[in-house]
Write a protein of this length. Structure first.
Length: 152
């Protein structure tokens, strides 16, 4: 992969993770169930850490960060969650996480950062929640809380 392609991939990864963080933060804000609220909050933190990972790669490469805008999909899901509740959009999130669980499998930088394992964990967690399984709530422990990045 050329440096240009690699940097474009870093930007795409950064934007995807920022969108995920925004969506999970919105769900956490709207969720009435304290256990699910905590799960969404922790998923948002994990997505934020992932975005920080890619931001650090871009800064190291001295590549400027583009302006960030939510995608139409993220804006729509947040709007639907605000109008109809987080439970309404949850069935749409699980398949998206299932698709995303392999996005880092062939990216050496992501592998070195442990991102594929974390994405697989997110997919399993949402699958458990949408399956109505109590294991989903208890599985929230799979989402590690490491704090946010401070890249200055």
């Amino acid at each position: 992969m050329t440096d240009t392609n690699k940097l474009a991939q870093y930007v795409a990864n950064w934007q995807d993770e920022r969108n995920g963080a925004a969506l999970y933060r919105a769900l956490a804000e709207l969720e009435p169930n304290p256990q699910l609220k905590s799960v969404y909050h922790r998923l948002g933190e994990a997505e934020e850490r992932h975005s920080c990972f890619w931001e650090a790669k871009l800064r190291t490469a001295r590549h400027p960060l583009p302006p960030f805008r939510l995608t139409w999909r993220t804006r729509t899901l947040i709007l639907l969650a605000r109008r109809l509740g987080p439970a309404f959009v949850l069935p749409n999130l699980e398949p998206l996480e299932q698709l995303d669980r392999h996005k880092y499998d062939r990216q050496p930088e992501a592998q070195a950062g442990g991102l594929p394992q974390q994405e697989h964990s997110h997919a399993r967690l949402l699958q458990a929640i949408t399956g109505g399984s109590r294991a989903g709530l208890e599985g929230s422990r799979m989402v590690k809380t490491l704090g946010s990045c401070n890249l200055g």
